[in-house]
Write a protein that binds this ligand. Sequence first.
Ligand code: EPZ
Length: 420
Amino acid sequence: MDRFIIRGGKPLHGEITIGGAKNAGLKLLVAGLLTSERLVLTNVPHIADIATMRALLTQHGLTVETVGNDNTTLSVGGEITSTEAPYDIVSKMRASILVLGPLLARCREARVSLPGGCAIGTRPVDLHLKGLEALGATITLENGYINARAPNGLVGDRIMLPFASVGATENLMMAATLAKGRTEIVNAAREPEMVDLANCLNAMGAKITGAGTGHIMIEGVEALHGAQHRIMSDRIECGTYACAAAITGGDLRLIGGQIDHLGAVVRAFEEAGVEVTQEGDAMRVRRTGALRGIDIMTEPYPGFPTDMQAQFMALLSVAEGASMITETIFENRFMHVPELNRMGARINVHGSSAIIRGVHSLSGAPVMATDLRASFSLILAGLAAHGETILSRVYHLDRGYEAVERKLAACGAQIERVKG
Ligand code: EPZ
């Protein structure tokens, strides 16, 4: 297993190009199930989860191939030959559950493994299933699999989500594009990735309005056709590298970064003493003064994103004063805390809140990645720490971040990957 060796203490200066969004791209690939024509996606990130999704769609019968020679364009298409999503793939990547709605809409049946939990929580899919039942599907669970059938096709309905679930919103939005009649999703997720998915589906011939608001309307159509769509830039990758500029006292231009996708995060940066400005197609982040402790609560968009929580935990561990972070989305997303404390941070967890007492400096140490965003919080700590940090289990990071060591080293970081 690969490891990173990081020697901290150097402020980062320079430019980093932000890639296509993992949490948009995975669903846009799944949208390829909704038509037999070719969907061409550009700005595709080179990350492990995209490779896993390609494998899943291929075993459903689709052809997913690289187009051109810049390696960031994928073409998806072909006929569905299998409506089963097997456990060995679904258990590796929870986003696999998103094939359920499209398979039901296209083939009127699907057998998808229950994803099971992951490091950050049990992550049930009950909202996905209840929503699809509202659209007329019959769903039974047996032997760890979801068996879904809609022999007469899906029929539009009004669905009220008790929680603004990102995945449930996406699954239902995609399924409803081919349902008979109108579907309303009330209390829908409002993340920018919902807008990106709706824009792509509409380019394919769907009739979706209201994406980005809590009330999405979908008028079902007979069929969708091929299209070309550029994946939005990854706002979480952008916020993550912004934390790298902030924690090292540096100055970075994040090409492709968009302030309007990171509202609550930008406000948190400014409150903590970090300057964030939009300069054309780049988000510029710099810190010259001291970091100040702040309080954060994670919430569905437009609130502070849970996917930025671990990164801010690292940042605030070296702020002046105390901070409190409350995680309201997932029940076990503080696994980076004991690793940060081994580097000299002073963090105490009380239920869903963590109290952080800022320290003057962290010290490098051997640490272990536990999940995608936690692994980057340890990199951030290593960039600020005195001495050497060795981060193991980097495969967690490779799931969702592309070429981290290259992007950071180009801005002055002393970081190298050791193949293991
Ligand atoms: C998406 O997960 C993202 N993943 C997550 O990013 C992100 O943290 C999350 O949205 C919240 O923004 C992808 O897009 C691939 P949810 P998802 O449905 O769709 C509960 C990362 O680091 N819930 O909004 O699974 C659930 O248990 C990953 O990139 C139900 O109870 O998120 C959780 O507590 C991590 N029943 C909460 O809602 C359901 O049917 C949020 O889940 C569905 C969800």
